[in-house]
Design a protein around this ligand. Structure first.
Ligand SMILES: Nc1ncnc2c1ncn2[C@@H]1O[C@H](COP(=O)(O)OP(=O)(O)O)[C@@H](O)[C@H]1O
Ligand SMILES: [Mg+2]
Length: 299
C-alpha cells in the first residue's frame, strides 16, 4: 500500500485580514510527482511553507508523514528537502561548505557528509566547482547547488518552489533529468512551476490553485480531456469570413484567435489551403489559461 505523504484538508492561512489560502484539500502519495500550478499570488509558496512547518496554518489540517506539519521536529524535517523560491545560499561559504552546513544541521556524521557532498556534486554536475565561492556561480549552477543541498539528508519528500524560473533551456533540461532520476529512486516530489511544458512532462498529477483555492486536479492528460477540446487552431487576424457560423469555441488574444475543436477535419476543410495557421494538440497551458483566465497577475 502506498503511504500518504501529505494530507491537507480545508487548509487555510491568513496574513492579517487577508486570506492567502482559503480551504485547500489534497493528498500526495509516496512516490508521486505532483505539480502545484497557479498564477502569481495563488498561494503556492504559502502552502509549501506550511508543509515545511515554516508557517502555521490558520485553519484546517495538514499532516506530513502522518504528523501535523507545524509540530514536526528536526528528525522529520530531515525527511523533507526544500528548494526555496529565493536563492538563500550563504555567499560567504564555498560550494562545499554550503552543503556541509546543512549536513551538520541534520546531525549527519562527518564521513557521511563528505561522501554525500561528493555524490551530490557529481549528481548535479558541480564537482569542478566544489571549492568555488558561490558568488562565482551562474544562476543555473546556484539552482543546482540548492537542489543538491536539499538532498543532503537523503529526504523522502522533495519540495521545489519554481526551481527553473529564469533558467536557460539547457539548465532546465538538466534539472528535469535530475528530478526524474529522483522520482525513479522512489522520492515523492512536489514542484511549482510557471512552465506548463515542464509540468506536463514531469508531473503524474497536477493541482491547479488560484486565489487560495484548488480549481481542479488530475493527470495532465485528464485535465486536458476535461477542460479543452483536442485540437487548437491558431489563426492570425483578419479571420476568414463565415468562420463564426461553424460555431466553434474560440478565444480572441489580440492579433491571433484560438479555435478549440474535437473535429479538426471540419475546420481544416473550411480554412482555405493558402491560409496560414498553426494546428496543434491542446496542452496544459490551454487548460491553465482556461481555468485561471488571461488577466495579468503582477505581485
Ligand atoms: N508574509 C506575508 N504577509 C502578507 N501577505 C503575504 C505573506 N506571504 C504571502 N502573502 C500574500 O499571500 C498571497 C499568496 O502568496 P504566495 O503563497 O507567495 O503565492 P504564490 O507562491 O502562489 O505566488 C499573495 O497575495 C501574497 O502577497
Ligand atoms: Mg511563490
Amino acid at each position: 500500500m502506498q503511504q500518504t505523504v501529505i494530507h491537507a484538508d480545508g487548509l487555510r492561512r491568513s496574513f492579517g485580514a487577508f486570506e492567502a489560502v482559503k480551504g485547500v484539500s489534497f493528498q500526495v502519495s509516496e512516490g508521486q510527482f505532483i505539480g502545484l500550478l497557479g498564477p502569481n499570488g495563488a498561494g503556492k509558496t504559502t502552502t509549501m511553507r506550511m508543509i515545511m512547518g515554516m508557517t502555521k496554518p490558520s485553519g484546517g489540517t495538514l499532516d506530513v508523514f502522518g504528523v501535523p506539519s507545524h509540530t514536526i521536529g528536526r528528525g522529520e524535517k530531515a525527511r523533507i528537502g526544500l528548494v526555496p523560491q529565493e536563492d538563500n545560499l550563504d555567499p560567504d561559504l564555498s560550494v562545499r561548505q554550503n552543503l556541509e552546513v546543512y549536513g551538520t544541521y541534520f546531525g549527519l556524521p562527518h564521513d557521511v557528509i563528505q561522501e554525500r557532498v561528493d555524490t551530490l556534486l557529481r549528481f548535479m554536475e558541480l564537482s569542478e566547482k566544489k571549492e568555488n565561492d558561490v558568488r562565482a556561480l551562474s544562476g543555473g549552477m546556484k539552482r543546482r547547488l540548492i537542489i543538491a543541498r536539499a538532498l543532503i539528508a537523503d529526504p523522502d519528500l522533495v519540495i521545489l518552489d519554481e526551481p527553473t524560473t529564469g533558467l536557460d533551456p539547457q539548465a532546465r533540461v538538466l534539472i528535469w533529468q535530475r528530478l526524474l532520476a529522483l522520482k525513479s529512486q522512489g522520492k515523492t516530489i512536489l514542484l511549482t512551476t510557471h512552465y506548463m511544458d515542464e509540468a506536463q512532462r514531469l508531473c503524474d498529477r497536477i493541482i491547479v490553485i488560484d486565489g487560495g483555492r484548488v480549481l481542479d486536479e488530475g493527470s495532465p492528460k485528464e485535465l486536458i480531456a476535461r477542460h479543452v477540446e483536442e485540437h487548437v487552431f491558431e489563426l492570425q487576424k483578419p479571420l476568414p469570413k463565415g468562420i463564426e457560423k461553424l460555431d466553434i469555441r474560440s478565444e480572441d488574444i489580440g492579433d491571433t484567435a484560438l479555435f478549440y475543436t474535437d473535429d479538426a477535419a471540419r475546420l481544416r476543410n473550411f480554412l482555405k489551403a493558402d491560409m496560414v495557421y498553426l494546428h496543434r494538440p491542446a496542452n496544459l497551458e490551454d487548460v491553465f489559461l482556461k481555468l485561471t483566465g488571461r488577466k495579468l497577475r503582477e505581485v
